[in-house]
Each structure stands twice: as structure tokens, then as C-alpha cells.
Design a binder for this molecule. Sequence first.
Ligand SMILES: NC(=O)c1ccc[n+]([C@@H]2O[C@H](COP(=O)([O-])OP(=O)(O)OC[C@H]3O[C@@H](n4cnc5c(N)ncnc54)[C@H](OP(=O)(O)O)[C@@H]3O)[C@@H](O)[C@H]2O)c1
Length: 317
Amino acid sequence: MEYVSLADTGLRVSRIGLGTWQFSDAWGVKNYDTAKKLIEKAVEMGINLFDTAMVYGNGLSEEFLGRALHEIGVKREEIVIATKIPGDYLNPWDIFRSVRRSLKRLQTNYIDILQLHWPPCWHNFPTCKYMRGLERLVKLGLVNHIGVSNYPVRLIDEVRGCLSTIDIVSMQYRYNIIERQAEEELIPYAEENDLIFLAWSPLAKGAVTGKYSLENISSFNDLRRTDPVFHPENFRKISPVISKLVELAEKYGKTPAQIALNWIIMYSDNVIPIPGAKKPEHVVQNAESVGWRMNIHDWLELEKLTRNINILYSVYY
Ligand SMILES: NC(=O)c1ccc[n+]([C@@H]2O[C@H](COP(=O)([O-])OP(=O)(O)OC[C@H]3O[C@@H](n4cnc5c(N)ncnc54)[C@H](OP(=O)(O)O)[C@@H]3O)[C@@H](O)[C@H]2O)c1
């Protein structure tokens, strides 16, 4: 496993993480033993970065993660737990209450990275007021670092301007080979400011794994039933990319998913994909998508093929 060290933070994270939104109704992994096997496999493969959130499965994801890490007996200081607080809780009262509950579910006395899941767009909580609350959590030792997720860059600047003794360490957004919007402002911002960029849905929710085609995308019984990427209007556009990923997978003796993840890490040293998985063999494959690099000519070919893909999100209504 490759690792990335973050200057001045003491953080050392694997070049790829494990996303755990899967432990929820949205994705359907609600059996603890299955979740434990996935986490166990991730630890075995050297993955030390685990992404979760208070809202995933209404706490189920944090609960499974905390319980499994505890039972596996991994040393606390060797893993990095990145959870998220939703925008709705970003007021001085909910911040403390929700973090206390989160710590209990995670069976730990500190969170490595507490990410702001999304801005408090419906509640209009003033930025500096909630950031002071979060800084207080760091001073109390309940949280080691703060990160943002789904925040536009101007609001990140505002967030950082409110902090007096610490800075944020990470940014998290959707980023995959067919949804590359983050390249415009977000990844450059992460690079300029020495922040890690956690890429969510790095496999486009499985769309680029080569398992799905126009023939079988209507059979989902999870959140993908209404995901725009799997709408035929969009899926048709990505079919040539899938064919290319399959072709390169054969060339390198890898899987299409591994090619898609390898492409992401080659885009920027700051980008760390956090794929979710439902099967231990997927965790192994995803872990093995780092530690090597495809030929730059193949990377460029994929770049050219995906540059102008325009996924439309207004497909259902
Ligand atoms: N900050 C945010 O707002 C936000 C939003 C979304 C996600 N996230 C985080 O990002 C993580 C990952 O995103 P995601 O779960 O939406 O999508 P993803 O990682 O792009 O796709 C995950 C799905 O792809 C399939 N898969 C995974 N590895 C595979 C492999 N090696 N080969 C074949 N299929 C494979 C599995 O589904 P099947 O086997 O059923 O196809 C899996 O459930 C989440 O778990 C969560 O932690 C954060």
C-alpha cells in the first residue's frame, strides 16, 4: 500500500480509502458480519483511511465501523477515521451533542477528521459561529482535524478565515473518470493549499466497473435506480469509456475498476479515492488499484475520451 503524509499534521493516510455509506438502506449492506469482513479485508490490505458519516444508515455505518475496528483489534493510532457532520447540525448545540453520539457509535474518544458534510444551506447558521464550535472540539481533543465536503471554494475561504489556531486538512467531493467537474476549481484549490482531496463515488457508483450495460441498468433495487449516471440518456454516452476501460484492463491484467481508480490517482497527487464496496474481493481489487501507474499514453487516451462527457442531472423530472 502507498501512503501519503500530510505536512504539519502527523496524518499518514493510505493512497486509497474505504467508503462506508454502503452500510445503510441506500446501498443495502445492513448485515454486521458482511460489513466486518469488508473492514477486516481493508485493514489487511493496508487501507487505514475509513470514511463514514453521521447520516449514513442513520448512524449504522459509524456503528458498524466502530464495532468492527474494535473487534479486529487494530491499534487506534494506526487508523484514520473520517466522519462527517451534516449541515443541519452546524449550530453550537447540535455540534457537541452529535459529536458525542458519533464518538460513542465509533467506540473511540477522538475523531481523526471531522468533515462538514455539506453547508448549512437550509438553516443559515453563520459560518464563524459554527466554526468556533468545531475549533473548540479540537481544543478539547475530541477531534484532531477538520475537513470540508461539498463546500464551494469561496465558502472554504470563509471557513478557513474563521479558524484562529488550526486550518482544515481535507476537501471531499464527487470525482470520477466520467464526472470530472472537480477539476475546474476544487482540485486546483486542494493542490494550491496542500489539502487532501477525497474523491467520493470514484467508481461513479459502479458505472465504470464494466459490470453494467444498457441491458441491465434498469434492474437496480438500491439508490442507483434513480441515479442520473444510470439513466439510459447518460449511460449511452459512457459506453465507449467502459469499452476502453475493459480493453486497458486486459492489457494491464487488471480490472476496469482498477484502471478507473488508477486514472484518478494519476490526475493529482492530492486526490485520494474512497470507493465503497459490498464484497471483500472488491476491497482487495480497490486496494490494488494503487502501487502502480498505467502508461501515460493510455492515461491521455482516457483523458481525451472522457474530457467532454456531459452527464445531465435533469433526466428524471
Ligand atoms: N461527501 C459526500 O457527500 C459523499 C457522497 C457520496 C459518497 N461519499 C463517500 O464515498 C464513498 C464511495 O462512493 P459511493 O459509494 O457513492 O460510490 P463508488 O465508490 O463509486 O461505488 C461503490 C459501488 O461500486 C461497486 N464496486 C466497488 N468496488 C468494485 C470493484 N472493485 N469492482 C466492481 N464493482 C465495485 C459496488 O457496488 P455493486 O457491487 O453493487 O455494483 C459498490 O457499492 C461512500 O461509501 C461514502 O463514504 C461521500
